[in-house]
Design a protein around this ligand. Structure first.
Ligand code: NAD
Ligand code: UDP
Ligand code: UDP
Length: 328
């Protein structure tokens, strides 16, 4: 898309080589902006941004956001952080550092440049919720010392920092509490439920239901989520608080598995595994605030989003299985 130079922005996306970040960059480039992708490639991969390397409005910098970053940009999307439980529990101290030190550095950058900064927060700030569906004013039910705490408390502390920088320095902040999102470019070995189930279904292996399989999640297709992030960044939404972004359709893990089996034409059966510690029993966003403040709501139902996701996984596992296993 052609865009006049005056309206073209130079946008920093941290974590841009990851699943969500790479889709966000595709959209920003398509809208005519310049994008600087900063990523340490901990869970992301250059393959997700390979198609952009020759693009004149795209730059990549390998950098860990725990360290200061001096660049000149007009907007910051801070997405850098491992998101799947097996990835963020692999090096929990680094996970907390990424959320906390990373937030301080991105806020310091936003303060110096006087530009807006968006934080990719998470529904995990609600922990194992006692309020359902989750509204933004719910303070959460989070274990501060468990295996998920490095992620949950790191993200909670990042939200605190964003609000304190806003109150103390007047920085324009945007906080998206992202609920489970899926789609092409998810890491096939990230251990998250969608990739696990699809991989098992494609190999006709038993689907691993953790616990009784009756716990619930709400799954948002990546294209919808990216629209929500951009709507939040571009909105005049004055800082009232974080905002939930997700798809409110709620499914048990057993229902999710059945749909994946059906769509992929698999002969997989079920097998049970122990429920991980602190695994939330239920999760569904209340997105009234996003609907009213941003005019945003997800459009893509689960079955529709699963089709391209399954195709991506089929291609990825078929074509480059060895490469992915080596990287896992
Ligand atoms: P991802 O693991 O695919 O992407 C994260 C990216 O951040 C990777 O490319 C990784 O290499 C990079 N990264 C990690 N630590 C870094 C560091 N210290 N410095 C620079 N780069 C670093 O995960 P994702 O699913 O794309 O998630 C992106 C963001 O959205 C994360 O902040 C995550 O917490 C948040 N989020 C995602 C979901 C979801 O369902 N996908 C849900 C809630 C929140
Ligand atoms: N920072 C950065 N890039 C900048 C400006 C600041 O990475 O362009 C980092 C800086 O290294 C500091 C952090 O952001 O550690 C917080 O900055 P702030 O100005 O709030 O803190 P101070 O420099 O006063 O400690
Ligand atoms: N889950 C499962 N089988 C798997 C992987 C996950 O039943 O092979 C369950 C897990 O216990 C959780 C839900 O699926 O209740 C979502 O897990 P995921 O790791 O994708 O995300 P999160 O727990 O962070 O929402």
């Amino acid at each position: 898309m052609a865009r006049l130079y005056e309206s073209r922005k130079r946008i920093l996306v941290t974590g841009g080589a990851g699943f969500l970040g790479s889709h966000l960059i595709d959209r920003l480039i398509a809208e005519g902006h310049e994008v600087l992708c900063v990523d340490n490639l901990f869970t992301g991969t250059k393959r997700n941004i390979d198609h952009l390397h020759q693009h004149p409005r795209f730059d990549f910098m390998r950098h860990d956001i725990c360290f200061p970053l001096y660049v000149e940009v007009d907007e910051i999307y801070n997405l850098a952080c491992p998101a799947s439980p097996i990835h963020y529990q692999h090096d929990p101290v680094q996970t907390t550092k990424t959320s906390v030190l990373g937030a301080i550095n991105m806020l310091g950058l936003a303060k110096r440049l006087k530009v807006p900064v968006l934080q990719a927060s998470t529904s995990e700030v609600y922990g194992d919720p006692t309020v359902h569906p989750q509204t933004e004013d719910y303070w959460g039910n989070v274990n501060p010392i468990g295996p998920r705490s490095c992620y949950d408390e790191g993200k909670r502390c990042a939200e605190t920092l964003f609000f304190d920088y806003h109150r103390e320095h007047g920085i324009q902040i945007k906080i998206a509490r992202i609920f489970n999102t899926y789609g092409p470019r998810m890491h096939p070995n990230d251990g998250r439920v969608v990739t696990n189930f699809i991989g098992q279904a494609l190999r006709n292996e038993p689907i691993t239901l953790f616990g009784d399989g009756n716990q619930t999640r709400s799954f948002c297709f990546v294209d919808d989520l990216v629209s929500g992030l951009i709507a939040l960044m571009n909105s005049d939404y004055t800082v009232k608080g974080p905002i939930n972004l997700g798809n409110p359709d709620e499914f048990t893990m057993r229902e999710l598995a059945s749909r994946i089996i059906e769509i992929s034409g698999s002969c997989s059966t079920f097998t049970k595994r122990p429920l991980p510690i602190d695994d939330p029993r239920q999760r569904r966003p209340d997105i009234t605030a996003a609907e009213q403040m941003l005019g945003w709501a997800p459009k893509i139902p689960l079955n529709e989003g699963l089709i391209p996701t399954i195709s991506y996984m089929r291609e990825t596992l078929g074509v480059t299985a060895e490469q992915f296993l080596a990287e896992a």
